[in-house]
Design a protein around this ligand. Sequence first.
Ligand SMILES: [Zn+2]
Length: 192
Amino acid sequence: MAFLEPDHFSRSLFGMVVSPFLPGGFRLPSSKPFAPPARKPFRAEPHRPTMLITQGAYTAIMRDLASRTFQREQGGILLGPKDTPDLVTHYVKDEWGTGRTTSFTISPDHLNRIIDSVRPANMTCVGMVHSHPPGICQASHGDMQFLHRIFSNPKNGGGRFLFPIVCNGKLHPYVVDTSDVSRIVTADLLLV
Ligand SMILES: [Zn+2]
């Protein structure tokens, strides 16, 4: 259920040295202290966003996260053009993260290296996707803490962040407002 459980922060992220943020580029969490977010209810949004995923990226996500019986949470990052932040063109599995039955702990150093490698092509990390156990298809409290941790750094903010969850064999297209991660809404999914 949890993408990154709170007790995993101290074990796997606080002690980890992550390369410094580069100007204007998305980076996964640094080792700065974590302040738990205030609990807020989900809000209704006036405009329903659209999540665009290329057929190839969608097939890669579903083949990896939905084609077998659920055993543990898995996931990866979603890459797309920097100037079209709602469009996913590539899925990169986090092969180095730690998946458990109800949590997934990312490997930020590996993923940041991948994000750095696509930056010259004017691409960036437009979102993250992970699987959940059957029947638990919404973002967990641990997921919300993880998002807060990423976007409490203003260099990562601005616009929306795609946060789909694969559950019960389907992709649930959630989108987060990075200025307030409690604003997580279901988008319209459009394959392109
Ligand atoms: Zn989760």
